[in-house]
Design a protein. Structure first.
Length: 201
């Protein structure tokens, strides 16, 4: 059950929830981060990011202001919060960069410890597009570090650490392994679109 959301949230804001599984048995600490920055109408073009950069997620915060998204200035707050809190709710307007910036930033966090991150997308098209875009940022093909799984279609490999999955896939994973061993956290994108599968997760 989500608490009443804080005041000052912009109308039309969307929710992304991050749950750190390694701390699920500890006392649940839940925090909110609000992004009320207005998204620029000008389309942002993103430059590919080299995997050779040890801090490749930081390179997403490009030196050209035209490439920045509202979530970029909050990435440090997000990663710092998740170093201790077990659950974080990120509220932002559409186009803020929640779906594609945050998962890549989390991959390099110590608490992930080589485990996988799951990004739950409610729609197949959104799952495919998110995985493709994030893989391009790493100058990789889909199925390398970033992949996706949905009914009848899988693009994952042995080196995949970030999997974008649809709701049915997550339900099957929970049925087969309720503790989701080897998964560091689950990111619930578009959580305002409530569903039985997302609530089960």
């Amino acid at each position: 059950m989500l608490p009443d959301h804080p005041s000052g949230c912009a109308a039309g804001s969307l929710l992304l929830i991050i749950v750190v599984l390694s701390r699920r048995l500890a006392s649940v600490e839940q925090r909110w981060i609000l992004l009320n920055s207005r998204v620029r109408s000008k389309a942002c073009r993103h430059q590919p990011v080299s995997r050779q950069d040890a801090h490749f997620t930081r390179a997403l915060m490009l030196d050209n202001d035209a490439n920045r998204l509202p979530v970029d200035e909050h990435l440090d707050d997000i990663t710092r919060t998740l170093s201790s809190a077990s659950r974080l709710i990120l509220m932002a307007q559409p186009g803020a960069g929640k779906t594609t910036r945050v998962p890549l930033a989390l991959l390099q966090q110590p608490w992930v410890n080589g485990q996988k991150i799951l990004l739950l997308e409610p729609r197949r098209v959104a799952a495919r597009l998110a995985a493709t875009f994030m893989a391009e940022q790493l100058e990789e093909s889909v199925g390398a570090s970033v992949g996706y799984r949905m009914r009848g279609e899988t693009r994952c490999g042995p080196s995949t650490r970030l999997e974008v999955v649809t709701q049915g896939v997550l339900t099957r994973m929970l049925q087969e392994d309720p503790f989701l061993e080897g998964v560091a956290c689950i990111i619930f994108d578009e959580f305002h679109e409530r569903s039985m599968e997302a609530d089960l997760g």
